[in-house]
Design a protein around this ligand. Structure first.
Ligand code: ZN
Length: 209
């Protein structure tokens, strides 16, 4: 992805998430709700007139809706396992999730949107259940986190960062589907105008670049 990397602290201008506001319960509620919204956007598009829209990339280096949904599902699972690891270990070091490698290895593009949507909601509930019961001392516990730079992060940050991932990618999924759905219909071409110069101009604009 060539897009600007979203921030991991403070306010995200791309999706409106703020790391500095919201208590634990509110953050988890937001995460579960937005996971459900990711899931609904995907199933609605997949049940539409052209189910293939979920597999369309708006640009070659921007993921499709199904690829983002698979990523969100996997993030929710990986982050829940990281909560458990953080609680169980003295000095937790989280293994990288290999976000880009998974796209090809797990064949995101070919996954069933209904199954992905169901798993995404299920993993969000499981993540929520694991996160809601954390105590303030547990939320303050540090683990070595890889993204975007390797540094110690509190479990509280891991929860907020996961909520940001979901909100940010819900924004991505909705934006991408709006671009590719409904199927792109070419804009009506202007009526040919008298005069060679203008006709040529129109023809030039239609050449593939
Ligand atoms: Zn964001």
């Amino acid at each position: 992805m060539t897009k600007q990397q979203p921030p991991v602290d403070g306010y995200c201008e791309q999706c409106g998430f703020n790391y500095d506001t919201g208590d634990l319960q509110g953050t988890v509620t937001l995460l579960v709700r937005q996971s459900a919204e990711c899931s609904m956007a995907l199933t609605k598009a997949a049940a539409g007139p052209d189910p293939n829209v979920v597999r369309l990339r708006p640009e070659p280096d921007v993921w499709s809706a199904i690829e983002y949904a698979c990523h969100v599902r996997d993030v929710l699972e990986v982050q829940r396992l990281r909560i458990a690891q953080c609680l169980a270990e003295d000095r937790p070091v989280y293994a990288p999730m290999d976000r880009t490698g998974r796209v090809k290895q797990a064949k995101y593009e070919h996954q069933d949107p209904m199954e992905v949507a169901a798993a995404l909601v299920g993993f969000a509930r499981e993540f929520g259940a694991a996160a809601r019961v954390l105590t303030p001392p547990q939320l303050g516990k540090l683990g070595l986190y890889n993204y975007p730079v390797r540094m110690p992060r509190t479990l509280g940050w891991v929860i907020r960062h996961t909520a940001h991932e979901i909100q940010h990618h819900k924004h991505d999924i909705v934006t991408i589907l709006a671009k590719v759905e409904p199927p792109i219909v070419p804009k009506p071409k202007p009526e040919p105008v008298e005069g060679e110069a203008e006709t040529e101009e129109v023809a030039t604009e239609q050449l593939p670049t």
